[in-house]
Design a protein around this ligand. Structure first.
Ligand SMILES: *Cc1c(COP(=O)(O)O)cnc(C)c1O
Length: 359
């Protein structure tokens, strides 16, 4: 699909952009431009444009505001050693975006159009990609909303797809620090037959109260259990989990109510490349506690695009609390983290063709 290029005539002056790139944080600053593509029933996808970043005009009866037909993605562009820029496995995000769209009765954007939109925005705003040499990146946020106006409950007949971009600093500016986890036994984020395996804002809204409860318990993140038996470990609000048993890493199997992370999937392969065993299996909260106590479960970490890999240091749930391993980032966690980041930033071989260079 041809994207019409109508970029901002007034990009942020270089000095101001550099000041923002020096301390970007996460999701605070946005680049000069964005991509928008419309979909209308009977006509399909049309009007692909790259335009100045700016507010959307919206009718108060826009259906998204009432019935939450909204899906999104998150992926990063990393500056490579040769000065170029590469995305990491964007086709996986594009395919997941299609899956999310199906789940919320929205139209599916072709994979190549999703990737073209990301490529076009990064190419236009390439000065916003932080320099090579650290963990900083340009975070891309593709998303889609309904744009039909009306209060009748039905799938909308018009949609708007957008890509915006925001520079992201290193997740751990002071070095990798373990996080504390609250395992919620009262609240669930998703149910079988629901939309837990779709990347949609509704799942995040559903996680905020449990997140606040975790904070009251002094914990940084919530781990959710399955909704039926309240026994099987699923994931965090926005990250998948891995359990390290010596040289074997295990991640909760996909049951339909957890989100299939690109990072999770990459680690299943990358771990094998590094000589570890990797597998998907069901892990109960009792097994988590017992295997920590008997020493067979040596490390636990969370993974996702934003934080890459985050070690788990302390775990708390109703009636129990334990320190995970030594409470410090473990060697397998750190080795996988380094290997994945090296691949993303172009410091390592790319045997699986995961880097997608921007022309
Ligand atoms: C996005 C997300 C993840 C991580 O997925 P990545 O593709 O690795 O970034 C995990 N869980 C949830 C609920 C998510 O929304």
């Amino acid at each position: 699909m041809q994207i019409e290029l109508k970029p901002s005539a007034h990009p942020l002056p270089a000095a101001e952009r550099e000041a923002r790139l020096a301390a970007p944080g996460f999701g605070r600053y946005f680049t000069d431009n964005m991509v928008t593509i419309r979909w209308t029933e009977g006509r399909g996808w049309h009007d692909a444009q790259l335009v100045p970043y700016g507010p959307l005009e919206m009718d108060p009866a826009n259906m998204t505001l009432h019935y939450a037909q909204e899906i999104f993605e998150g992926l990063k562009a990393y500056r490579q050693p040769d000065g170029g820029v590469a995305l990491f496995r964007p086709e996986r995000n594009a395919l997941r975006f299609q899956h999310s769209a199906r789940t919320l009765a929205m139209p599916e954007l072709p994979v190549e159009t999703f990737i073209e939109a990301c490529d076009a925005l990064v190419a236009q705003d390439v000065e916003w990609v932080p320099p090579h040499g650290g963990e900083a990146s340009l975070y891309l946020r593709p998303f889609m909303i309904a744009s039909e106006v009306g209060l009748g409950v039905k799938p909308a007949n018009e949609y708007l797809f957008l890509v915006i971009a925001s520079p992201a600093g290193p997740y751990f500016p002071g070095g990798v620090k373990p996080v504390s986890i609250w395992i919620s036994q009262d609240r669930v984020r998703a149910v079988p037959g629901g939309m837990g395996d779709a990347k949609t804002g509704g799942n995040y809204a559903a996680s905020l109260l449990a997140q606040a409860e975790a904070a009251e318990q002094g914990c940084a993140q919530v781990a959710y259990l399955d909704a039926v038996e309240r026994r099987w470990v699923e994931e965090l609000g926005g990250m998948n989990l891995y359990f390290v048993y010596g040289d074997r890493i295990v991640t909760p199997a996909l049951t339909g109510s957890l989100l299939e992370g690109v990072t999770r999937d990459s680690l299943l392969t990358l771990a094998r490349d590094l000589g570890y065993e990797s597998e998907e299996a069901r892990i109960s909260v009792d097994q988590w506690r017992e295997d920590t106590a008997n020493g067979s479960l040596t490390e636990v970490f969370a993974c996702g695009t934003a934080a890459v890999i985050t070690p788990v240091g302390e775990v708390k749930t109703k009636g129990a609390a334990w320190t995970q391993g030594s409470g410090e980032p473990g060697p397998v966690t750190l080795r996988l983290r380094e290997a994945l980041l090296s691949l993303q930033t172009g410091n390592a071989e790319d045997p699986h063709g995961w880097r997608h260079p921007i022309a």
